[in-house]
Design a protein around this ligand. Structure first.
Ligand code: FMN
Length: 358
């Protein structure tokens, strides 16, 4: 395991990272993103840690078979300290850049077990977890957190705990657990973290475009950005960030380029064991985000959601993406919501594509 943060693609620029996303940031998705311009760092989906847990095999693939050329941090979610240590030690035998601790998942089923975002109510427990992991992990230890549970009352204390445990990198999603995914992002709190934390801080939450990344880094003093949903919509975003950080215009993306992305994603994520209809349904979950940049009235989204087969899905893509010389919007169109229904229902066991909107 590396002992210092791996070198970045464009030295001297702000860092970029693909946010961990359950059901999304698997090996296939990381490879697809890397073809359009990799981030500096990848993070796995979370490994669930409890007494009977073993690192999930499909998540291990995103580490063991990572051929993107970029380092991947392994994220843990849990609260049982001996088992977190055991899992971190097991993962250290794989080619990871470091161990990342999830202090943010807002799904009720998760926080009710006092893991993920639930831990933000208990700084003492966070301290115990981080100090045990710091002692056990023979390399980098990173944290991804929200700014609090109900409010940011514990935020400064947790930042001090991050410092006391010599955490190497901190990603801050600038919302509370209660704020889920759609409130405004509290960039002032990310700025507070950038000022208080001794390690580099990545700003996370609604980094919608390369232009916004430049503004958010400037306004928060963060060392870089972590991008989640907007990299599903626009996998070119990391390369575009590097262009904008260098003061260059960002490359344009045409709707025809998006058609090619959809095809690539379809093939990369296809599993022969999964029936076509189920795979089409999974694709629709990614396309919910992609559709935010296709047309201002959400017509692509409307039609795409009705596709029931591979042929219907691609016929819809052809109709909307291969007409004329259309350009893919760099920002999501206002009012085009990735999913109009509720966010994370009680029964959801994590952050899933089913439930998270943008
Ligand atoms: C589908 C989905 C799954 C997610 N899974 C995780 C996860 O496994 N671990 C984690 O720390 N955050 C997870 N998140 C939160 C994201 O990493 C990120 O903090 C959040 O989406 C805000 O960033 P964004 O506005 O760039 O999407 C997930 C988000 C989404 C949309």
């Amino acid at each position: 395991m590396p002992q210092s943060l791996p070198s970045q693609i464009a030295p001297g620029q702000p860092l970029t990272a693909l946010a961990p996303m359950q059901d999304v940031t698997d090996l296939a998705f990381m490879r697809v993103v890397a073809t359009y311009g990799a981030p500096d760092y990848f993070f796995t989906e979370f490994f669930r840690v409890h007494a009977q847990s073993r690192p999930e095999r499909h998540i291990l693939r995103s580490i063991d078979e990572n051929d993107t050329g970029r380092p991947v941090f392994a994220q843990l979610i849990g609260e049982d300290i001996p088992h977190m240590v055991r899992t971190a030690e097991a993962l250290a035998a794989h080619p990871i850049a470091g161990i990342d601790v999830n202090l943010g998942c807002p799904a009720p089923k998760v926080y009710k077990k006092n893991v993920g975002g639930g831990l933000l109510r208990d700084p003492g427990k966070i301290s115990a977890i981080l100090s045990a992991l710091r002692a056990a992990v023979p390399g980098l230890l990173t944290v991804k957190m929200r700014i609090g549970f109900e409010d940011a009352g514990n935020f400064a204390r947790i930042l001090d705990i991050v410092n006391e445990n010599r955490v190497d990198l901190l990603a801050v999603h600038g919302r509370t657990v209660r704020e889920m995914y759609r409130s405004d992002v509290h960039y002032d709190r990310i700025a507070e973290a950038a000022g208080r934390a001794r390690c580099p801080v990545l700003a996370n939450g609604n980094v919608t475009s390369a232009a916004r990344a430049v503004e958010i880094v400037r306004d928060t003093g963060a060392r870089g950005v972590m991008v989640g949903r907007h990299a599903i919509r626009n996998p070119w975003i990391f390369g575009q960030c590097r262009e904008r950080f260098a003061g260059l215009p960002r490359s344009r993306v045409s709707l025809a380029d998006v058609r090619e992305y959809v095809q690539r994603l379809y093939l990369a994520t296809r599993d022969p064991a999964v029936p076509e209809r189920a795979h089409v349904n999974k694709m629709k979950k990614y396309l919910n985000f992609v559709g935010q940049g296709v047309d201002p009235r959400g017509e692509f989204l409307h039609d795409m959601r009705r596709a029931e087969s591979e042929a219907e899905l691609f016929e819809t893509c052809d109709r909307h993406l291969l007409r004329g010389e259309g350009e893919f919007a760099s920002e999501p169109y206002p009012g085009v919501i990735a999913r109009p229904n509720c966010e994370t229902p009680e029964e959801s066991d994590g952050c899933s594509l089913e439930t998270v909107t943008a």
